[in-house]
Design a protein around this ligand. Sequence first.
Ligand SMILES: [Zn+2]
Length: 146
Amino acid sequence: METVTPATTVWTRETGAAEKRDVWTAMKRGFRSRCPRCGEGKLFRAFLKVDDHCSVCGLDFTPHRADDLPAYLVILIVGHIVVPTALWIETNYAPAVWLQLSIYLSFTLIASLALLQPVKGAVVGLQWALRMHGFDENSPGEISPG
Ligand SMILES: [Zn+2]
């Protein structure tokens, strides 16, 4: 005789709830170039190349495409530092133009390069925390162009 065992899963409110993702924690981990989920694995395999997956927890990074947002944010941040500083220094001290240009241009270049990877990591962390996935051509729910 065949016996049927009843299902042992007890359904509660929390059973169907999705994994909780803290936005600030994910962005901080991304800013440190770490996996937004575990905070351990490396996020980048090159300067601005996001790895395919986390080497520690296996999180798939491929749906997270930051596109131009990190560059835009870096321009916004660095511009808001350099432009008011240059205007204030010009108004109050008016040093030689060659001196100002050599300082502002080199600071802009160095600060932009230094911020680009952390900001991109933070954007990927934000995307992961908010479950924002890039266009996936294999996803059945997407509308294909054309
Ligand atoms: Zn991970």
